[in-house]
Design a protein around this ligand. Structure first.
Ligand code: SAH
Ligand code: SF4
Ligand code: F3S
Length: 463
């Protein structure tokens, strides 16, 4: 079934490629969401390049403009509508094809708004119809009609599409789609559907092929990776089994995963991290709030105490483990005292990295209907308080690196200073150092000599 669907698309890819044979058409893509969204964009780029399109960073130069959208917070929506405003002129001037896809398109009220206010969009596609993009594009090019291609949220996800990866040494691999958790603030379960785990064999084959191509680091992606249960020719694989199997793949040196849910962090996962030396010692463990009362209202299924116990247990069992997290401030009903609980957890865990968000109301979620919404001004004040604490902790933590030797995957030339190289430690800290082109793509021991807020400076350690 999957193969058939795929074959059909390959025919469309070929047809468009032939028609582009004597041309040099360009595409522009803007990715607005998380790493899953980024991974989908890599697949769209892969298909477009097979169809004979070349990437451009200039919207005005493009023959096709793609927006891969996110709807997790309101500002993502505002950004899309702003961009569509800009595109309208280009469409009028040169007939650029406009395609809008991703999570926002799974929301009915958004698609309605799009049809009404931005009727010039040629292709509107959701999160499950990515693979049909060649066919959609073919219809627009040849039949000059607009295409709306959105499936119900639990539609089959076709994997194994052509892919053009953003990075030559680090790759993301989607291991599962969807989410069953329904945290009350979150729109993701409504736009990505229920959890579906990929066949473990497909995942392992993909990672083996990445290793053969020279990839050193792999990030396993999903909305709730530690509830992964794959079933296929290899039998049943839990997330811990998958980690152990990836750890055996020769050539892969660093394994990361996002995002796990604290409630599913069972002993077998902790033991797998402990035993698998390639698994990063930086674990992302989304906290969301430090107040048990708020956590309950968020439907997170753990308390402040349980979260802290989990952290302690992991610190004991996995030497050198550190944590990063996501925190939301200003959830309905949150008081100053609740915020103090969050700050308390931040102090106790001493996170390596904190992604901080101001609560954003999402249509259709339970929290959006709660009456005790927090005024914007208070949300911002709380956000600033959290930010201050986090920044002071990061500064303190960075100092601890000075004089240590870190294994750094050298990713390329530094963006801010092409004379220097840039890479990342196992704990995902950016390190800037002197080196040669030959060092790119290798993992080197580096002595950290100084710290700055967002990066560390290092020197190659004599081998
Ligand atoms: N499945 C992952 C990531 C979900 S989205 C997880 O559970 O961790 C990434 C982050 O966005 C969430 O962790 C949360 O901190 C934040 N987020 C989600 N919905 C939000 C909302 N309505 N307002 C503000 N932040 C939100
Ligand atoms: Fe959203 Fe919660 Fe699912 Fe994460 S676990 S995607 S925050 S509902
Ligand atoms: Fe990701 Fe945003 Fe969708 S966070 S899953 S792109 S809503």
């Amino acid at each position: 079934m999957k193969e058939e669907k795929f074959k059909k698309q390959e025919e469309f890819i070929e047809k468009i490629r032939t028609s582009n044979f004597t041309r040099h058409p360009f595409y522009y893509i803007l990715t607005m969401g998380c790493q899953l969204n980024e991974n989908d964009s890599e697949k769209l780029c892969g298909m477009l390049e097979q169809m004979g399109y070349y990437k451009t960073e200039e919207m005005a130069q493009a023959d096709i403009i793609l927006f891969n959208t996110c709807c997790v917070r309101e500002n993502a929506e505002e950004k899309l509508f702003g961009k569509l405003g800009e595109v309208k002129k280009l469409k009028e001037q040169k007939g650029t094809i406009v395609a809008v896809g991703g999570c926002m398109m799974q929301e009915e009220h958004i698609v309605e708004k799009l049809k009404k206010s931005y009727p010039f969009c040629d292709i509107v596609f959701g999160t499950h119809t990515l693979y049909q993009f060649p066919q959609d594009l073919y219809e627009v090019l040849n039949k000059h009609k607009t295409v709306q291609d959105i499936l119900q949220i639990d539609g089959e996800v076709i994997e194994g599409l052509p892919i053009k990866r953003n990075d030559p040494y680090k790759a993301s691999v989607t291991i599962m789609n969807g989410c069953n958790n329904f945290c009350t603030y979150c729109i993701v379960p409504y736009v990505r559907g229920r959890e579906r785990s990929r066949d473990p064999k497909d995942i392992l084959d993909e990672i083996e092929s990445l290793a053969k191509q020279g990839y050193k680091e792999v990030t396993l992606l999903g909305q709730n990776v530690n509830s992964y249960v794959g079933n296929g020719n290899l039998g049943i694989y839990r997330f811990s089994d998958l980690l152990r199997a990836v750890n055996k793949i020769e050539g892969i040196e660093i394994i990361r995963f996002i995002s796990p849910h604290p409630k599913d962090f069972k002993d077998d996962v902790i033991e797998a991290i402990r035993d698998c030396k390639k698994v990063s010692r930086l674990v992302h463990l989304p906290l969301q709030s430090g107040s048990s009362k708020v956590l309950k209202a968020m439907n997170r299924k753990y308390t402040k105490e349980q979260y802290l116990e989990l952290v302690e247990k992991m610190k004991q069992q996995i030497p050198g483990v550190t944590f990063s997290t996501d925190i939301i401030v200003g959830f309905p009903g949150e008081t100053d005292e609740d915020l103090e609980d969050t700050l308390d957890v931040v102090r106790k865990v001493n996170f390596e990295q904190v992604f901080m968000f101001i609560y954003s109301r999402r249509v259709g979620t339970v929290a959006d209907k709660m009456e005790n919404q927090i005024p914007e001004e208070i949300k911002h004040k709380r956000f600033d308080k959290l930010k201050q604490l986090v920044e002071s902790q990061i500064e303190q933590n960075n100092k601890k690196y000075i004089g240590t030797v870190q294994n750094v995957l050298i990713e390329g030339k530094s963006k801010n200073n092409p004379e220097m190289l840039s890479g990342r430690t196992d704990t995902n800290k950016v390190v800037v150092l002197k080196g040669t082109e030959k060092d790119i793509g290798t993992i080197l021991p580096v002595t950290i000599v100084s710290e700055h807020m967002w990066y560390l400076k290092g020197e190659k350690h004599p081998l």
